[in-house]
Design a protein around this ligand. Structure first.
Ligand code: NAD
Ligand code: TYD
Length: 358
């Protein structure tokens, strides 16, 4: 049985954060969870539907840049572990509006680090085990050619405002470990997919458009490669890292599932054709593919060497892409109302009603 922890999860209403909160509630009844989320466009309380506040779980709406709020939460809740997901996470948005990425991803991470430093490393701090886990991305390493893998030793070479902001925050976390001895760990993960992903990202976007018979925008030649990881595998890896990882270390997390974008799009089209039937004009959904202007600075290939986390912590992904994508499509089909409220924006009415009149 693991020891008790009081965990601050930032961004717990987003895609990966919500899956992580669900995993904790299912498997770690002895942990206390405080979910701090600003509920930006990407934060959705429906992602945690069915979970109510209890002695084990509490939701706090707020900004990771708000030092006063962070101080209060750390002190009142006696936070000993931070799992930091909160971020602006979409590359296309970072190209059209980078400012929010600098603010949340860099300044927000800095605010959390400062609070942890003050609360955990002050003379008054009681003894205890602390861990600051910063959840980052493989995009900090840049772009691969046809061969090779990103290891933890690969030099950073970020190419988009998103990846540059994440690389900056990774450097800050690392600096707090080396300079102040803050017990910090970084994970750099490949592309996630699974339930509750906001439909601006490739897989849920293609699902939604394909189901509705809309065009499927494929950037460039469609041959860019991503290493797809099922979100529950990622969440299990994070749990291993906070329970068994070595502070000052970084761990790459990957799915061992390299796919070209066009292969992913075709797989979703074919699954939908077989599950709900072809389009009304009897055309297969693949006919909806449209090659569109490439993303600026589009990284060609990402692929992870995850041997460190496998050898040191015994973690490896369990889900194959074939099974994971089918399960994901089934989840989106069974939760069409979730998709609709996200697409039409009414999910935000829900939290306005719940929180803004308090
Ligand atoms: P997401 O966009 O789905 O969710 C982000 C969450 O953070 C939302 O709930 C949002 O409301 C919250 N948030 C944003 N700004 C905030 C602020 N200033 N204060 C408090 N909360 C704020 O993101 P995701 O896909 O779940 O990614 C989570 C983390 O994992 C991010 O740090 C991302 O960089 C990293 N990551 C994601 C992937 C992926 O494939 N999605 C891969 C590797 C790493
Ligand atoms: P995305 O889900 O945005 O993740 P990331 O940019 O962090 O890897 O995109 C995954 C891949 O799919 C990426 O190569 C860009 C491509 N893509 C499209 O071809 N069309 C789209 O509409 C989107 C959103 C992405």
């Amino acid at each position: 049985m693991e020891k008790n922890k009081s965990i601050l999860v930032t961004g717990g209403c987003g895609f990966i954060g919500a899956n992580f909160v669900r995993l904790l509630l299912k498997t770690r009844p002895q942990y206390r969870i405080i979910n701090l989320d600003l509920l930006t466009y990407a934060g959705n309380l429906h992602n945690l539907e069915g979970i109510s506040e209890s002695t084990q779980y509490r939701f706090a709406k707020g900004d990771i840049c708000d030092r006063q709020l962070l101080d209060t939460l750390f002190k009142n809740e006696q936070i000993d572990t931070v799992v930091h997901f909160a971020a602006e996470s979409h590359v296309d948005r970072s190209i059209t509006g980078p400012a929010a990425f600098i603010n949340t991803n860099i300044i927000g991470t800095f605010s959390l680090l400062e609070t942890a430093r003050e609360c955990w490393l002050s003379e008054q701090a009681t003894s205890g085990e602390y861990c600051f886990l910063h959840v980052s991305t493989d995009e900090v390493y840049g772009s691969l050619g046809e061969t090779g893998y990103f290891s933890e030793e690969t030099p950073f070479d970020p190419r988009s405002p998103y990846s540059a902001s994440k690389a900056s925050s990774d450097h800050l976390v690392s600096a707090y470990f080396h300079t102040y001895g803050l017990p910090a760990i970084i994970t750099n993960c490949s592309n996630n997919y699974g339930p509750y992903q906001f439909p601006e990202k490739l897989i849920p976007l293609i699902f939604h458009n394909s189901l509705g018979g809309k065009e499927l925008p494929v950037y460039g030649d469609g041959k860019n490669v991503r290493d797809w990881l099922y979100v529950e595998d990622h969440c299990e890896a994070i749990l291993e890292v906070i329970e068994k990882g070595t502070t000052g270390r970084s761990y790459n997390i990957g799915g061992n599932n390299e796919k070209q974008n066009i292969e992913v799009v075709h797989t979703i089209c074919d699954l939908l054709d077989s599950k709900v039937g072809q389009l009304p004009n009897q055309q297969p959904r693949r006919s909806l593919v449209r090659y569109v202007t490439d993303r600026l600075g589009h990284d060609r290939r990402y692929a992870i060497d995850a041997s460190r986390i496998k050898n040191e912590l015994g973690w490896q992904p369990r889900m194959s892409f074939e099974k994971g994508i089918e399960q994901t499509i089934d989840w989106y089909l069974e939760n069409s109302q979730w998709v609709e409220t996200v697409i039409d924006g009414t999910y935000q009415d829900y939290y306005r009603q719940m929180y803004e009149n308090r």
